[in-house]
Design a protein around this ligand. Structure first.
Ligand code: 8DG
Ligand code: MG
Length: 151
């Protein structure tokens, strides 16, 4: 029943490598599940008992093979997915930023779930088909992951 449904918590990892790819973040195209055909950040569900940082570190490793142990919360969205997005779902997404200095281990670890990871200019994202939480974030003109006050 609808009244028993509750929002889920997702983590999106904003990975930046300013020394090599200025103003870029890592994205890939979703190949399955809801949001198929849209570009997403590395991320996934917050598991029971996990901190935001632990979840970001785990999802980053599982999906990109990158390791980082330093993350900062930079943004939050409340996203009610439409049927167009692949079904009615409701997620609170926590966006965690990490700065890396080396991407030599970068690999698409779940090729059945998403395409290769690509460094993409933040300003180019607005012209791409985006996974709903990322679309909301990119469309928020007050937010820029490179100019945020928390970092
Ligand atoms: P899981 O192992 O954590 O269950 O999920 P997954 O295999 O990584 O699936 P996913 O579809 O990549 O992520 C699960 C959910 O996480 C997704 O349906 C919605 C939520 N999520 C957000 N924001 C973001 C985001 O920016 N990127 C990704 N990949 N997932 C996000 O709410
Ligand atoms: Mg995922």
């Amino acid at each position: 029943m609808l009244s028993q449904l509750r929002p889920l918590v997702g983590i999106g990892v904003v990975v930046v490598f300013p020394n090599r790819y200025p103003d870029c973040v890592l994205v890939s195209e979703r190949l399955s599940s809801h949001g198929k055909g849209s570009y997403q950040l590395p991320g996934g569900h917050l598991e029971y008992g996990e901190s935001f940082e632990e979840c970001a570190q785990r999802e980053l490793k599982e999906e990109t093979n990158l390791h980082s142990s330093s993350f900062k919360l930079i943004h939050v969205t409340n996203t009610i997915f439409s049927e167009e997005d692949g079904g009615s779902k409701h997620y609170v997404t926590i966006f965690m930023k990490t700065i890396i200095e080396d991407d030599s281990t970068l690999k698409c670890m779940e090729p059945e779930k998403n395409s290769d990871w690509i460094w993409t200019k933040w300003n180019h994202l607005k012209n791409m088909k985006l996974f709903a939480p990322l679309r909301q974030t990119v469309d928020d003109s007050n937010f820029n992951p490179f100019h945020d006050i928390i970092n």
